[in-house]
Ligand binder design. Sequence first.
Ligand code: UDP
Length: 332
Amino acid sequence: KPFPVLVTGGAGYIGSHAVLALLDAGWDVVVLDNLTTGFRWAVPETATFVEGDVSDMELVGRVLGEHGIGAILHFAGSIIVPESVTDPLKYYRNNTAASRALIEAAIVAGVPHFIFSSTAATYGIPDEVPIREDMPNRPINPYGQSKLMTEHMLRDVAAALPMNFCALRYFNVAGADPAGRSGQSTAGATHLIKIAVEAVTGKRPHVGVFGTDYATPDGTGVRDYIHVSDLAEAHVAALEWLIENPQESRIMNCGYGRGYSVLEVLDTVDRVTNNPIVRKLETRRAGDPDLLVADNSLILKTLPWRPQRDDLGLIVQHALAWERKLAERAES
Ligand code: UDP
């Protein structure tokens, strides 16, 4: 490999899976994480770990120079949508302002490639699905706005300075490393599959179904769930593409291009465990769109990346295996 890469947020859920995918592909990895939501143990011994903040330009500059970093994969950030509504400045600080500092440090150090964790939340409520990247961005919360603003900074920087970038707009990320090396560990989960597997292990008494009157076939919300290891591998492919195409940048959806309803997800969990979890029909959660499904033709056209785990049952199995591991660890 031509150089080592810096992974910010590499101790977090998606970042730690990206670190595994990079190491598996033979890259040297330096992780920068402030451990506010990440875990030191989530970073393998074979990666270099630096505890610190993305917005600490002096630290970042030193790390970039000392290691001769040639690309940054930027996962660090805040991701809780309702919190972004009540504490918007936290999101503009941790997502937008911190990214601005990181991008500047990258430019000062002459780092030529940048990969950014973006989100389908940039689209807001889409006019049509599947959603293409050229459809309008109308985020309906500060989280989506804070990520979109970073995409705009990257676009403008790439136009003016010697840096190219990929922003990957994630749809619903779920599952865990198939080999059991990492998984979603953050307490206070809000995401459906994580909640459902917590209900399986008895960490929760039931799963609430938030709304049964959506404009979808069974009335519950439909989402495009992507296995976290497929998503991680998309970053490795994007990194190679940036190196091969130094004049080009891309913003690309990351999803499988098909949706499952809440009830279909819960049916899948029941099928995997052969045991029904308790469902409670509840009212809608504020700000949830009916249907979010990616048009993934751009990423399929651009990268050699192909999904290897496009199977909701497999996603649930891996999420559950990790949840059981966490439950054992909590007991011992
Ligand atoms: N959802 C649900 N119960 C839960 C969590 C989520 O019914 O405990 C629904 C939610 O309304 C949405 C879908 O599951 O339709 C996915 O929500 P999640 O929070 O996992 O991801 P989001 O799409 O909001 O980013």
